[in-house]
Design a protein. Structure first.
Length: 302
């Protein structure tokens, strides 16, 4: 097998580099979805490369070893045995991480749904910490917003409206799915962790923009975000899409800087998007070439 089988394992690092320039995208919703899809595809191909490397251990099966001894020519040795063993171990590790991630996500959602029964899509928890969380829909239940009494006391009426609009935007756009795709990709390939963080920031920025349009004042949204973050000490509910979470400083800057400043980096954004697309295309092409190599080796074995 050629170097193509190793490229999908390493190329996600370049996607992570490009993703940093996409955090300031003028269209955060579309960018978050595209980046999450790219991460999921890159993680799928990299996991496939691990599987191909691990499958080369099949040449140690007794039947294939007997065939090799009987053959007039040596059967191809696609990769060193130690590489195949390492790939098999990595594949098991990836599987365990993905299962653990899925269980954690389900546990968080279950705990949020068990917090109480919402009324008209809103549940107020009698807690002093200022938090607001979009709780995705459970089985037979619609999604709702959970806010704490501490948040209601902290914010004025307009700021509360901005926070509620922010959380409803998370529910309407199903941001929990976008974030879950990126997080699962990072669980499968740790090189994609920066991409997952950028996606989390982008969905928060998207909800911020929706809230700003709803209340008609970007500075009100920025003020509400800052107040929640400062009062909460930078903490956020585990697993939740919260108004005060995910890089508050950058979100406030995106809301308050002039429009000219928001579009000043358009050229850099286009370059980063092109680079991300190229990385994914090369990753998929390398994965296809690696699969073709493995098929050729398997035919020689059989």
């Amino acid at each position: 097998m050629t170097v193509a089988v190793y490229l999908p394992l390493l190329l996600p690092a370049l996607l992570a580099v490009a993703a940093r320039s996409l955090a300031a995208a003028a269209a955060p919703e579309r960018t978050a979805r595209a980046l999450a899809a790219a991460a999921a595809l890159a993680a799928t191909v990299s996991t496939g490369s691990l599987a191909l490397l691990a499958l080369t251990l099949l040449d140690d099966l007794p039947a294939l070893e007997a065939r090799e001894h009987a053959a007039a020519y040596p059967l191809p040795e696609p990769v060193p045995g130690v590489v195949a063993l390492a790939a098999a171990a990595a594949l098991v590790w990836v599987g365990r991480r993905c299962v653990a991630h899925l269980r954690q996500e389900r546990a968080v959602t279950r705990d949020l749904l068990a917090a109480g029964v919402p009324h008209d899509g809103l549940l107020v928890a009698d807690l002093p910490e200022p938090h607001a969380v979009a709780v995705p829909a459970g089985a037979g239940r619609a999604g709702h917003v959970l806010v704490t009494a501490g948040l209601l006391r902290l914010l004025d009426r307009t700021e509360r409206a901005a926070v509620l609009a922010h959380e409803h935007a998370h529910l309407r756009h199903r941001h929990h799915r976008t974030v879950a795709f990126a997080a699962a990709a990072a669980a499968a390939n740790p090189l994609l962790r920066p991409v997952s963080r950028v996606v989390a920031l982008l969905v928060e920025r998207s909800a911020d923009e929706t809230a700003a349009a709803a209340v008609g004042d970007r500075h009100v949204v920025a003020r509400a975000i800052a107040k929640v973050a400062l009062a909460g000490g930078g903490r956020r509910p585990a697993g939740g899409l919260a108004a005060g979470g995910s890089d508050v400083v950058r979100r406030v800057q995106a809301l308050t800087r002039p429009a000219a400043g928001r579009f000043r980096a358009a050229g850099r954004f286009r370059a980063a998007m092109a680079a991300s697309t190229a990385v994914v295309v090369v990753c998929v092409a390398a994965g296809g070439a690696a699969a073709a190599d493995f098929v050729a080796v398997a035919r020689a074995w059989l």
